[in-house]
Design a protein around this ligand. Structure first.
Ligand SMILES: *Cc1c(COP(=O)(O)O)cnc(C)c1O
Length: 361
């Protein structure tokens, strides 16, 4: 058994759980269990264990607190029409987790072990998976440096953990997100950690999020570090621009240059959009292209995508270069079509022609 099961002796009563799952919010409630696995340089990976969700104790000199050696993932389990549960592309998260670990000098977890921990937790806490379309159980695998010491070097000890939280549908169909294009701060530069899913990227981004809020915007949009003109991402999501109309619709997303986080939702939408008969393009998009495209009407819709919100329409953009609005501030028809198709595949109501869904048995 690659994951040892030690079920909780104090799992939440079914009635209380049902109330929480009926109105889950996001990150408000955590399921009854978690998975923990320790790695040491001397002995490699120890026994992964599923056990009661609980606080952990760490030495104050654990390296993660000082030098921020930490990575994470985010993936979802969805209720299927027959009542079963399926995960969306967990193998892709396993592979990315290993790539992030490599970049942050943490141990690369065997992909099968990662998958086994995810399957074990979802199976054990399956009662926490909501039923409604758009709702899901959000899984958060993470790993951090636990060697005790203040010397600056890769930790010889790491802790992998997996927790889960039921998640409401994020989407507000009445409102497109407003964005602040940051020219003051940078998310990632060539050779940096932009491709890795690490906490440090987020730590460095929060001040820009504050600046965006001060400008009355919901989210920050990042542009490239070198030329300061190419659009990269929105907060913790990738971006898509919809161009043309009718049989000429093209959905365009910024190309992965090494500084963007390669989103699994982004990648899935390249396939979904193709299946829907749209042309797809991965290319460089400048802030000027965005502004001019919106003003000429060539760009009719913009949306951001990621596991948490799946697809979020983007409306107004504000920046030092001016303010412009895409569409009428409401989600456009192509954005909605892509969102509905992806959610349909995730919830098992649309054929999974790419074999993305992994059943939890
Ligand atoms: C996680 C993340 C995304 C989205 O990736 P998904 O795999 O689609 O969830 C995009 N940008 C950043 C910075 C992220 O951390």
């Amino acid at each position: 058994m690659s994951v040892k099961l030690t079920p909780s002796s104090h799992a939440v009563e079914e009635k209380e759980r049902a109330e929480k799952v009926a109105n889950p919010g996001f990150g408000k409630y955590y399921t009854d269990h978690m998975v923990v696995a320790e790695w040491t340089e001397a002995d490699g990976w120890g026994q992964a264990e599923l056990k009661a969700y609980a606080p952990i104790s760490l030495d104050p000199a654990a390296m993660v607190f000082h030098y921020g050696q930490e990575i994470f993932e985010g993936l979802k389990a969805y209720r299927q029409p027959d009542g079963s549960i399926a995960l969306f592309r967990p193998e892709a998260n396993a592979a990315r987790f290993a790539r992030s670990a490599h970049r942050i000098a943490l141990p690369e977890m065997p992909e099968q072990l990662f998958l086994d921990t995810v399957l074990a937790l979802v199976k054990q806490d399956g009662g926490w998976v909501p039923d409604k379309i758009g709702e899901s159980l959000y899984l958060r695998p993470f790993m951090f440096a636990t060697e005790v010491g203040l010397g600056v070097r890769p930790s010889n000890r790491a802790l992998y953990m997996l927790i889960a939280t039921p998640a409401a549908a994020y989407f507000n169909p009445a409102n497109a997100v407003t964005v602040w294009i940051s020219t003051e701060y940078v998310r990632a530069a060539q050779g940096g950690t932009g491709e890795a899913k690490c906490g440090g990227n987020y730590a460095a981004s929060l001040i820009a999020q504050k600046a965006a809020a001060k400008e009355g915007c919901d989210q920050v949009v990042w542009i490239d570090a070198k030329e300061r003109k190419w659009v990269e991402e929105m907060g913790g999501m990738n971006l898509y621009f919809v161009k043309g109309s009718g049989s000429d619709v093209t959905v365009v997303t910024p190309k992965l240059t090494g500084t963007l986080l390669p989103g699994i939702t982004r990648d899935s939408i390249l396939s979904v959009a193709t299946d829907l008969g749209y042309k797809v393009e991965e290319t460089m998009i400048s802030v000027d292209d965005w502004k001019n495209g919106v003003q000429s009407g060539e760009i009719s819709e913009i949306f951001a995508c990621g596991t948490a919100a799946v697809v979020s329409p983007v409306g107004m953009a504000k920046s030092a270069m001016g303010t412009w609005v895409t569409g009428d501030g409401k989600p456009g028809p192509i954005t909605m079509k892509i969102r509905e198709t992806l959610l349909g595949i995730q919830h098992g109501t649309i054929a999974d022609s790419h074999n993305w869904m992994k059943k939890v048995l």
